[in-house]
Design a protein around this ligand. Structure first.
Ligand code: NAD
Length: 320
């Protein structure tokens, strides 16, 4: 009898705890290519997040969220605050700058930065958050706009493991995998390593596709063979850079709406900085970084990074 009463009590506590997590108020700052899609998936799972973007048109077509006109208003009363912003400087200004929202975030709330900012920024944010009694996790993502749309992102999390477990149900509304990577900054380090591979394999795929096509191969046939051979990668089988090979990828819409050259160049720069800090050689990172920076000078900075195919084809200069 006593044992059953205790069990019912614990079941109730556990249920209330998990309901509390499910009912948590979410605030979301930055509704661009990735953020808007992540917000839509939160809404699909029954959340009504408060959202903000410095460009008001970015949030005007999001149905089911509460649009806010300032970052302060957005974070007020939220249990979970997510930032999905272009770079580390903007994240730092938004959170801990003179007008930063850290002072408006309620004590013990969970602040997650899902942007790619590098480990140093993550650690600075973590220190500032701790001083304000706010819990912080670096939680960058992989999967691109396709994964953000489908809700299959992979989250790479650094910080306190218990906090990661606590927020996991909410992250799984936007993604299909949550990996705890270690102490503060470890999520960002994992992400930089991943994007280093991504940048290099995208350039390798573009180089090979252009070579094969110019030597007379059919692009779809070449892709099919590579995708069952050792040259296969995400860049060849999910995000193919050659127009006409796949639907629903940036190459199918003149490289609009994806992961911009500016953003991958930023990530490769961060990987280079991190490597310099420990004297690790990263020759391919350096070359890849320079290629994407060159594309930026051709006015292709806002285009998806698979546009590097056009550069090898010799079209980048002609059309821009
Ligand atoms: P994006 O430029 O499309 O979106 C960023 C959004 O932030 C924009 O809507 C912009 O208006 C808004 N913004 C800028 N400054 C702001 C501020 N001060 N306050 C509020 N909003 C502000 O970029 P994205 O492609 O969505 O990428 C966001 C982050 O995610 C970046 O750090 C990027 O490296 C990372 N990321 C992108 C991809 C991808 O495939 N696009 C994949 C993984 C990770």
């Amino acid at each position: 009898m006593f044992r059953n009463t205790v069990r019912v009590y614990f079941l109730r506590v556990e249920r209330n705890f998990s309901q509390n997590r499910q009912n948590s108020n979410v605030a979301f700052l930055g509704c661009g290519q990735m953020g808007a899609r992540m917000v839509n998936n939160l809404i699909k799972h029954g959340k009504k997040p408060k959202i903000y973007d410095v460009v008001p048109s970015a949030i005007q077509n999001i149905q089911g969220a509460t649009p806010c006109s300032t970052p302060e208003e957005t974070v007020e009363g939220a249990d979970i605050i997510i930032t999905m912003l272009p770079n580390g400087q903007i994240v730092k200004d938004t959170i801990m700058g003179d007008k930063g929202v850290l002072k408006n975030i309620r004590k013990n709330a969970l602040l997650l930065d899902c942007s790619t900012t590098g480990p140093q920024v993550a650690r600075k944010l973590n220190e500032a958050a701790q001083a304000a009694n706010v819990r912080f996790l670096d939680a960058p993502v992989s999967g691109g706009v396709v994964g953000a749309q489908a809700g299959t992102l992979c989250f790479m999390v650094g910080g306190n493991e218990k906090d990661c477990k606590e927020v996991e149900p909410v992250l799984l509304h936007m993604g299909s995998k949550v990996h705890f990577c270690g102490a503060s900054g470890a999520g960002q380090i994992t992400k930089l390593c991943n994007n280093l591979i991504l940048g290099v394999t995208m350039i390798g795929t573009c180089e090979a596709m252009n070579l094969g096509i110019k030597l007379g191969l059919d692009p779809k046939l070449l892709t099919d063979v590579v995708n069952v051979s050792t040259g296969r990668s995400w860049s060849s089988d999910t995000y193919n850079p050659v127009p006409g090979v796949m639907e629903n990828v940036p190459a199918a819409r003149d490289y609009e709406g994806g992961f911009s050259c500016e953003l991958i160049a930023k990530d490769l720069g961060l990987a280079g900085d991190a490597a310099l800090s420990i004297n690790a050689p990263v020759p391919l990172t350096a070359l890849t970084h320079q290629i994407f920076r060159t594309l930026m000078t051709y006015n292709l900075g806002k285009k998806d990074f698979s546009v590097v195919y056009k550069y090898f084809k010799g079209e980048a200069l002609k059309n821009n």
